[in-house]
Design a protein around this ligand. Structure first.
Ligand SMILES: [Zn+2]
Ligand SMILES: [Zn+2]
Length: 382
């Protein structure tokens, strides 16, 4: 069966042939892969800035944003059935007994750094025809979400952030009550930095929860991302084109900033807009480009005098996958065409290296195994 792999030593990205995986343990499940989403992490792996093959392998099969269909179920697997659509989690726990987060089922909070991630770090990914994994890492998706369920994994970032932010808001009893009882009337304000898939899905999560949401990104409107922001009822502004009156109106009245660009300069600029008792959430991972000047006195004054909280968040745990699948269903009901518009291309696996190494733009580009003629080849390989 075919797979898309990177060879870090020879610096190649290509389609390879590899053996169909076998079920080795009773709680395992075999999937036929349908869709794989591509993101900045995949691009970095293909630029050899990132990505580690499994021990003993000279290549890494990429792909971590997956949607598959169950084709075989081990005797000890009881939750999924043949024909189910599933999204599989990415990170797997480290082996160290002293890592309490991993031992408790939260490898997204691993403290040793020895976790593995399918398609990224030390474990093959999902950009291949068939995959075997343990049932406990799989999350069932309702069939009506077939077209959009590949967006689940990038949405888990916002789900984990929302979960953490909720716990932080719990320290403010009046706000906690307002948000629970009348989010729309209370009209909390959020700014999302970045209009890629992570930013747009974060904006959808905020809008669905009744937040007034502003999305700031580099590209001037109109563009496909600004169309999406407007279609869900948010407001889009591009960098350097935020009207001064709007900036003034926002200043000090923002309850939450969700950073999804990895551009630290923009993040620290936007921070100044944050109001009292607010939260700044970092999700982007900037490449290291050397120090820049930041007004640290002003930021520190704000953090202290305005009771601000800043936190970073990476990856997600099992419950965030379930929440993401639920929210994909909510977004699909609220904005069916708009959610689908996040997926701007579908390519065959043979085209994946070109898509990853080129610059095709778009919002979420997807590799699909459905139209590649894979079915016939798969039958022959058995
Ligand atoms: Zn990704
Ligand atoms: Zn760990």
């Amino acid at each position: 069966m075919k797979a898309v792999a990177v060879f870090p030593r020879t610096k190649e990205v290509r389609v390879i042939e590899q053996e169909v995986p076998r079920m080795a343990e009773p709680d395992q499940v075999k999937l036929r892969i349908l869709d794989i989403g591509l993101c900045g992490t995949d691009k970095e792996i293909c630029a050899f800035a990132y990505g580690t093959p499994p021990a003993g392998s000279d290549y890494l099969v990429i792909g971590h944003e997956s949607l598959g269909e169950v084709i075989e179920v081990g005797p000890a697997a009881s939750r999924v059935n043949v024909g189910d659509l599933v999204v599989t989690t990415v990170r797997r726990p480290c082996p160290h007994p002293e890592c309490r987060p991993c031992r408790a089922g939260y490898p997204d909070f691993c403290i040793t750094g020895d976790y593995t991630e399918r398609g990224i770090k030390g474990a093959h990914g999902f950009m291949t025809e068939e995959v075997v994994d343990h049932e406990r890492y799989m999350h069932v998706v309702p069939p009506e979400l077939r077209d959009v369920a590949v967006l689940t994994e990038p949405l888990t970032i916002a789900e984990k952030a929302a979960n953490q932010a909720r716990q932080i808001v719990d320290r403010l009893p009046w706000l906690k009550r307002d948000l629970q009882e009348e989010a729309r009337r209370h009209n909390p304000t959020a700014v999302v930095l970045g209009a890629g898939p992570v930013g747009l899905l974060g904006a959808m999560k905020l809008m669905a929860a009744g937040w007034q949401t502003f999305v700031y990104a580099l590209a001037p409107a109109p563009n496909p991302s600004s169309d999406i922001v407007e279609a869900i009822g948010g407001q889009y502004g591009s960098q350097g084109r935020i009207a001064v009156e709007k900036q003034k109106a926002l200043f000090g009245h923002i309850h939450l900033i969700y950073e999804a660009t990895g551009v630290s300069r923009l993040a620290f600029e936007a921070w100044k807009l944050l109001g009292p008792n607010s939260v700044f959430i970092f999700t982007g991972v900037p490449s290291l480009k050397g120090p820049i000047e930041v007004d640290t006195d002003l930021l520190m004054r704000n953090i202290v005098l305005k009771n601000q909280i800043i936190f970073g968040t990476v990856n997600a745990s099992s419950e965030h996958f379930d929440e993401a699948i639920r929210d994909i269903g909510v977004f699909h009901q609220l904005w069916p065409g708009t959610l689908r518009a996040l997926i701007t291309s579908r390519s065959a696996p043979e085209e994946a290296p070109g898509v990853l190494l080129g610059n095709i733009g778009g919002i979420k580009n997807v590799v699909t195994f459905e139209t590649s003629g894979g079915a016939t080849e798969r039958e022959q390989s058995r």
